[in-house]
Design a binder for this molecule. Sequence first.
Ligand code: FAD
Ligand code: NAP
Length: 338
Amino acid sequence: MNIIAEEKVSLEKYNTFRIAVNADRFYKLTAASQLTELYNQQVFKSKFLVTGAGSNILYTKDFDGSIIKNEIQGISYRIAQQEVYVTAGAGIVWNDFVWYCINEGFSGIENMALIPGTVGASPIQNIGAYGTELMDIFDHCIAFNTVTGAFERFENADCAFSYRDSIFKTTYKGQYIITEVTFKLAINAAVNTSYGAIQQELVARGIERPTPKDVAEVVSSIRVNKLPDPSTIGNAGSFFKNPLISQAQFETLIQEFPQVIHYPMADGAQKIAAGWLIEQCGWKGKSLGPAGVWPNQALVLVNLNHATGSDIWNLSAQIISDVAAKFNIELEREVNIF
Ligand code: FAD
Ligand code: NAP
């Protein structure tokens, strides 16, 4: 099917911060083969950006190039004994995919229920929640190389996955367009309920032997209560990453701030809860102009009232500066800025 550009399109409904900027050109991608068409039209020779649901993007100005909205669909799977390989089109809504897997009896993905966005964006920052990361279930993906025009296969080990990071966000930033992802899931495996508030909520519901469906429901309910719904208040989830600091830096920090919320990592580093740092600087529930800090989770910045991307950016810069002054820790933005 031929792919045609729309000109001067508002991106307000294509980003969950609801920032009202325009794009010069806008394409809806429904088949991987259309990428070859765009390549032949030299679209990738000038500025472009692929997007899914726009739930991890902050636009700070009009986009003077081509936005390619990925809407590629399709799911298939292959069972191999106690494992199943599920392949999903990059434009599928992530949560729809999670529920497809749960309803088919596939497990391993349930802790990541209700993360906004698309399947194709999930490897970019190695999405994660409640103790599961994408890298735990990612088998491989197919991605279009916008420099050479070739489709390439990336195995798990090729992606340099780490905490909220991958090769697609670093070395190959903006170069590849993921068209499909294959996940390796289990058939009726044990669930992981050790993280955050899951266990507490299961007990409250009287569930002793939780199924993957129970876990997905509990996670979804916790998320709905704690996080702002982007359909009513613009946001992009956690605006900052939780900082990882060395054991030496941690020892200095905890001497001055014994209450600091921290988690030891396998490599000896310490993960510090960024929400706690921001709260200690007095920002939780506060605002700067039309940009605010969510009262239930200080990691989340929100668009209170027709904020521009610059309003959100300025608030984030002020928070970074205050956290650095108080704790000597440099917060890093998780959201992609354009
Ligand atoms: P977009 O925002 O459209 O794009 C994000 C980046 O990925 C951009 O750089 C874009 O160019 C690139 N990209 C998108 N699609 C492709 C593709 N097909 N090929 C190549 N590059 C691509 N994240 C978590 O990890 N865990 C959470 O628990 C979580 N909770 C959230 C809660 C809320 C309320 C919100 C609003 C966001 C949350 N996020 C979370 C962030 C977000 O959901 C994820 O980053 C998600 O993967 C973004 O998907 P998207 O389709 O919206 O990507
Ligand atoms: P929370 O449960 O209040 O915990 C605060 C932070 O502590 C989390 O960010 C989490 O780090 C860490 N944490 C909690 N329990 C942990 C454990 N047992 N071991 C190691 N680290 C632990 O967090 P929340 O804000 O309600 O979010 C719950 C989950 O959803 C988290 O996994 C979070 O990452 C995810 N989430 C992500 C986004 C996003 O946009 N990226 C938005 C909302 C929620 P981790 O972040 O490393 O897990």
